[in-house]
Write a protein that binds this ligand. Structure first.
Ligand SMILES: *[C@@H]1O[C@H](CO)[C@@H](O)[C@H](O)[C@H]1NC(C)=O
Ligand SMILES: *[C@@H]1O[C@H](CO)[C@@H](O)[C@H](O)[C@H]1NC(C)=O
Ligand SMILES: *[C@@H]1O[C@H](CO)[C@@H](O)[C@H](O)[C@H]1NC(C)=O
Ligand SMILES: *[C@@H]1O[C@H](CO)[C@@H](O)[C@H](O)[C@H]1NC(C)=O
Ligand SMILES: *[C@@H]1O[C@H](CO)[C@@H](O)[C@H](O)[C@H]1NC(C)=O
Ligand SMILES: *[C@@H]1O[C@H](CO)[C@@H](O)[C@H](O)[C@H]1NC(C)=O
Length: 334
């Protein structure tokens, strides 16, 4: 039995270094940052198979969904095809918590993080990594990643046992990417693959749990991105950011635009789980479906992401010397 799995967290540090700030005014409207795409390091795939996830015709399945073929080259080629300039990569559900031995989970997280580090080192102007907790200090201080990630193994984000993790993230004013996973109760999915219904509802559970437990209020400086347009309940969440992966229809975009506003929408593709043919049609349709202006598109394509990930802005050269107080002005004043 695979046991309970909860949320996969990617955390991107949002260090605003005094005296240095964003200079995004010379970025073209179409410059796209994909905050939601996944890597499948061979070592992780092998660990899934070794742990007993079913393999059919050479493909391993997690939560009833095939884990796609993936290579770094295919990732970069897909970014080119889709016109994605920069991606913040992560490992999808089930993270590392399918391993029952915490030491093994720890070790696999470290190996996966090092693999992602390698990818970003090889392509620093195209890839940033969201690495897996439980190693926040390792990730933030040793590797100097723009991020950290975790999977809470059935413990939702509001749980007080995660308080210390949130304190560290809050101190660092970190940006957290929350990816949904299978809920603990397997029977509710009625036999359908978890990503269909349970992933969106698990996002809602996590958002609700964060609010009701007080974890969100206690850690106001943590910025949080939820995948797939916020799952099933965007209107819960004026305090979160949402990405557009599988959320590009007119109805979804209208809901996001009116409930949370374009300031909190980010671009996401969910590559390689969502096939290229689908993203290739979906990305260019966003502007028309959502009736967004060019200025709003620039917000969603890159400005919002760069403001959440100043480290990425710095790597890309979109960085100026205006003061932190002028942060937002730096984004918009030519
Ligand atoms: C943005 O403009 C500045 C000069 O104002 C330049 O130094 C920087 O390289 C530009 N960034 C990009 C990515 O074009
Ligand atoms: C098994 O995989 C091969 C190679 O990807 C493919 O051509 C074939 O159609 C697959 N068979 C089934 C039953 O899915
Ligand atoms: C961003 O990507 C687009 C499409 O691939 C490309 O035309 C453009 O030059 C890229 N912009 C930068 C600043 O790299
Ligand atoms: C996950 O939870 C299960 C029991 O629910 C436990 O046996 C396992 O050790 C936990 N895994 C980690 C990595 O903490
Ligand atoms: C990272 O790259 C180094 C050097 O290319 C290699 O020795 C190492 O095995 C790689 N680590 C992982 C986890 O992929
Ligand atoms: C918090 O997580 C622990 C460990 O998974 C669990 O035993 C406990 O019931 C959780 N508490 C709440 C309030 O959910």
């Amino acid at each position: 039995m695979l046991g309970i799995r909860s949320l996969l967290l990617g955390v991107l540090s949002a260090w605003v270094v005094a005296g240095h700030n964003l200079r995004a005014n010379n970025i073209s409207t179409g410059y796209r940052i994909d905050v939601h795409s996944h890597v499948i390091p061979p070592v992780w795939r092998e660990a899934l198979i070794a742990a007993g996830y079913p393999v059919k015709n050479g493909t391993v399945y997690t939560d009833g969904f095939p884990v796609p073929d993936w290579t770094l080259e295919s990732h970069l080629a897909t970014m080119d095809t889709l016109g994605i300039n920069f991606s913040t990569i992560s490992v999808s559900a089930p993270g590392v918590y399918f391993l029952n031995d915490p030491k093994e989970a720890h070790a696999l997280a470290r190996t996966v993080n090092l693999a992602m580090h390698n990818y970003t080192q090889a392509h620093p102007t195209r890839l940033g990594a969201l690495c897996l907790l439980p190693l926040p200090h390792f990730c933030l201080d040793t590797l100097k990643f723009p991020g950290v990630g975790t999977n809470a193994n059935g413990t939702y984000l509001g749980n007080s046992t995660l308080g210390p993790v949130f304190s560290v993230l809050n101190e660092r004013q970190a940006t957290v990417f929350v990816h949904p996973a299978a809920p603990g109760c397997q029977s509710v999915s009625l036999g359908y693959p978890f990503p269909l219904t349970e992933y969106p509802f698990d996002s809602v559970r996590a958002m609700e749990n964060l609010l009701l437990s007080g974890q969100r209020a206690k850690n106001p400086d943590v910025k949080m991105i939820f995948a797939h347009g916020g799952g099933a309940m965007p209107y819960l969440a004026s305090r979160y950011y949402f990405d557009t992966a599988s959320a590009t229809s007119a109805i979804q975009l209208a809901a996001m635009k009116s409930f949370i506003g374009v300031e909190q929408i980010l671009t996401g593709t969910d590559y390689p789980y969502v096939p290229l043919s689908q993203s290739e049609a979906a990305l260019p349709a966003i502007q028309g479906n959502g009736e967004f202006t060019d200025a709003e598109m620039a917000r969603m394509n890159h400005q919002n992401a760069l403001s959440l990930f100043p480290r990425v802005a710095k790597v890309l050269g979109y960085w100026s010397s205006c003061s932190p107080a002028q942060y937002w002005n730096c984004l918009f004043v030519a």
